[in-house]
Design a protein around this ligand. Structure first.
Ligand SMILES: C[S@@+](CC[C@H](N)C(=O)[O-])C[C@H]1O[C@@H](n2cnc3c(N)ncnc32)[C@H](O)[C@@H]1O
Length: 197
């Protein structure tokens, strides 16, 4: 059932969803594990909530999870989770700065590489307001760009998903002057292993 809902939304908004199927349970658990004791978590692009559910399983009783999702059908599904710790906001992630700034961790399923450069930069800038950011992607193309916003970026591969997924786990926001985005995004994940000086 969820598969059909996701697929029909993908047919309508392919560039907003970026993939025709939601995250597998393995991938969702792997992402949620990264909250690592955080109390205040923001999820950008929550979709039908596979990662949301796993975050809620790990969130303390007094924790708070704010999901920002621009698709109305997905927001309705997320609200059915009916958890007092969960707040679902039907809006563009570009409006998420006040929430991200107060969070310990931001988890993003946004298809960043499908957005234009300006939007991607604005979103990365917002995400870097949180001490930790976990970004789901399916290609290594975002690596170099992420390093202009965070000095510590680790790549984790999750093969048990269709398609196999990459998680960028980023901490330590860069100071503003370093945020000059290169003209071309990186195609090699090897650059990620470089330590920032
Ligand atoms: C690849 S899907 C990920 C869905 C879910 N997190 C998962 O792992 O299955 C991308 C999600 O980002 C949402 N999205 C795309 N652009 C957005 C934006 N500008 N603001 C908020 N949500 C957005 C889409 O509606 C979709 O739910």
């Amino acid at each position: 059932m969820k598969y059909r809902v996701f697929l029909s939304q993908f047919a309508r908004h392919p560039l907003e969803l970026g993939t025709f199927t939601q995250s597998s349970r393995v991938l969702a658990r792997r992402m949620a594990r990264e909250i690592d004791g955080a109390h205040r978590v923001v999820e950008l692009g929550a979709g039908l909530g596979p990662v949301t559910r796993e975050i809620l399983r790990r969130l303390p009783d007094n924790g708070q999870l704010i999901c920002i999702e621009r698709n109305g059908a997905f927001c309705r599904a997320l609200r059915q989770l009916d958890d007092p710790r969960l707040q679902v906001i039907h809006d563009d992630a570009l409006q998420s700065e006040p929430y991200v700034a107060g969070a310990n961790c931001v988890i993003s399923g946004l298809p960043l590489t499908l957005f234009d450069e300006d939007k991607r930069r604005r979103l990365l800038d917002i995400m870097s307001k949180a001490p930790k950011c976990v970004q789901l992607q399916y290609t290594p193309r975002i690596a170099l760009e992420m390093r202009t916003y965070f000095s510590n970026v680790k790549l984790k591969i999750v093969p048990w998903n269709i398609p196999p997924a990459l998680l960028y786990v980023a901490t330590q926001a860069q100071p503003t002057p370093i945020r000059q985005v290169p003209r071309r995004t990186c195609r090699s994940p090897l650059l990620l292993s470089r330590k920032n000086g």
